[in-house]
Design a protein around this ligand. Structure first.
Ligand SMILES: [Zn+2]
Length: 240
């Protein structure tokens, strides 16, 4: 029984290692997914900025049309004013007032335009920056995918090696009752189906073990189970 338990303890160690590596392997795509989410968000923001720029450019075009209309009006009235066709002073003064008022409108439209164009510059700057960021993120994603593939290969090879070791050790455990108990307990006890005992307490659940159990455990002649947690017990000194 001592050899069987010793082998079982090694088997458990390998099973835990394999499970841990499998977990690691399963978590590998998380980094890729995270980067992909980042890129999707960035692409959405980039599109929003581009839409906003288009909107702004439309406003600029409208304002340019406004500016041209006002300027045309000013030119027309100036021609009237200086054309010599109008000689009535009152009428001329009236016309001058109209031109002044139009000039004010024109100044306002041009001021607006200047502001809008400044905004356009800011948008362009932001968009260029985002394009660079996007390109960088996409390059990073490619790199991460490459790294993850290599890592996955490495882990799979490691697991395969551990599986072969496991098979060898499993072959040494001829006690089917022991093995079956282990296979049921291992997932139930989160990878701690068999525990080493060196004092008088169960290292799985801390129960003080009855003296007859300790006695049989130390003799190592038969299968001993913790009466509290059902774990398989092995006397530490018996483990090779
Ligand atoms: Zn216990």
């Amino acid at each position: 029984m001592k050899e069987q338990l010793s082998a079982l303890l090694s088997l458990q160690k390998l099973d835990n290692e394999i499970a841990e590596e499998n977990d690691r392997c399963n978590r590998l795509p998380e980094r890729i997914q995270e980067k992909e989410r980042q890129i999707t968000n960035l692409e959405k923001k980039y599109q929003d900025e581009k839409d906003a720029l288009k909107e702004l450019q439309l406003r600029i075009k409208r304002r340019e049309i406004d500016a041209k209309a006002v300027n045309d009006k000013i030119d027309k009235h100036r021609n009237e004013l200086y054309g010599g066709k109008i000689s009535d002073i009152k009428e001329l003064k009236q016309l001058q007032k109209v031109i002044e008022s139009l000039q004010e409108d024109c100044d306002k439209v041009e001021e607006d335009l200047l502001l809008l164009m400044e905004q356009e510059d800011a948008f362009r700057f932001k968009i260029t920056k985002m394009e660079k960021e996007l390109a960088e993120s996409k390059a990073q994603l490619t790199e991460i995918k490459y790294q993850m593939e290599a890592e996955e290969d490495r882990i799979q090879q490691y697991i395969e090696k551990k599986r072969q070791e496991r098979e060898k050790i499993a072959g040494k455990i001829s006690d089917r009752v022991l093995m079956n108990r282990y296979l049921i307990l291992w997932p139930e006890k989160n990878g701690e189906a068999i525990v080493e005992i060196e004092g008088s307490a169960c290292s799985g659940c801390n129960l003080s073990l009855p003296s007859d159990i300790l006695y049989h455990l130390q003799r190592g002649e038969r299968l001993i189970i913790c009466p509290n947690c059902n774990r398989i017990l092995v006397w530490k000194e018996h483990v090779k």
